[in-house]
Write a protein that binds this ligand. Structure first.
Ligand code: ZN
Length: 260
């Protein structure tokens, strides 16, 4: 089996296009117009693709080419983790991957919410369970998305997913049986997957909304779920812009700098 294009996109986006160990940027733009971007990143397997590969002794029966079993590295670190498999066992690889992806997600949460720092941050929705707990606890729903670089079919698919989420919110409080709740969470997993297929990651935040109802009533307060569908490429760009602004904040065994 080969790594699917979808798994590649997700891995590159989640990793912010940087090496998970040294945070070197893995796409180098051309110096002259005639050249293309140079891709220096490599997708390393945590559990190896072949029985004789590094870390083969750790048991695993999942899909080895799924993005969850891949870590994005620069060429140097790919060689290192495969040459020194005892120093880089599966657990360490997983920890480095998840810490790096969490850092990328925090980085984007910072940028996505821009200036108004008093507002709660947007966070990436990572699972159907996350999505369900957001939808089931909100009273109103505010979706947003960008149409840039998307086909009509992709946009229509996204819109129908967002509409469906609104429908789920309307009926969430009436789903009482455990089975109904479980089915809803499963459907949320599928919706997340379909959004990724249309080229979007979903970000969300929950805000407290207050409206003065007038009369002698006390103001009404409720929770609003805001969902932002972020195109996978702009996610990637935001992380890079952030890196350019801030430089490598921490954890960088700074590799050869781009000589500013
Ligand atoms: Zn590296």
């Amino acid at each position: 089996m080969a790594i699917s294009e979808k798994s590649m996109k997700i891995l590159w986006a989640l990793s912010g296009g940087c090496c998970a160990i040294c945070r070197t940027k893995l796409v180098i733009p051309p110096e002259v117009e005639k050249d293309d971007d140079s891709i220096i990143g490599e997708m390393a397997h945590i559990h190896p693709q072949s029985p004789g590969g590094p870390r083969a002794s750790a048991p695993f029966d999942g899909n080895r080419d799924h993005h969850s079993n891949l870590i994005l590295l620069c060429g140097n670190h790919h060689k290192l983790v495969d040459d020194q498999e005892n120093g880089w066992p599966v657990e360490r690889m997983r920890r480095v991957k998840s810490e790096h992806e969490a850092w990328v997600t925090r980085t984007l949460a910072f940028d996505a919410s821009a200036a108004e720092s008093k507002e709660p941050l947007f966070h990436m929705i990572q699972s159907g369970a996350d999505l369900w707990s957001l939808i089931a606890s909100a009273w109103s729903f505010l979706p947003s998305y960008s149409e840039e670089n998307r086909t009509d079919a992709e946009i229509e698919q996204l819109i129908s997913m967002l509409d469906e989420l609104k429908d789920w919110m309307d009926i969430a409080s009436s789903l009482e049986s455990l089975k109904e709740q479980r089915d809803a969470r499963r459907r949320m997993d599928e919706i997340l997957e379909e959004c990724v297929n249309s080229g979007y990651f979903l970000y969300s935040r929950k805000i407290r909304v207050q409206s003065s109802t007038g009369m002698n009533h006390s103001p009404m307060v409720w929770w609003q779920a805001e969902i932002r569908a972020v195109p996978i490429e702009s996610f990637f760009e935001l992380v890079h812009e952030h890196l350019d602004k801030k430089g490598h904040e921490k954890g960088g065994e700074a590799t050869d700098a781009d000589g500013e």
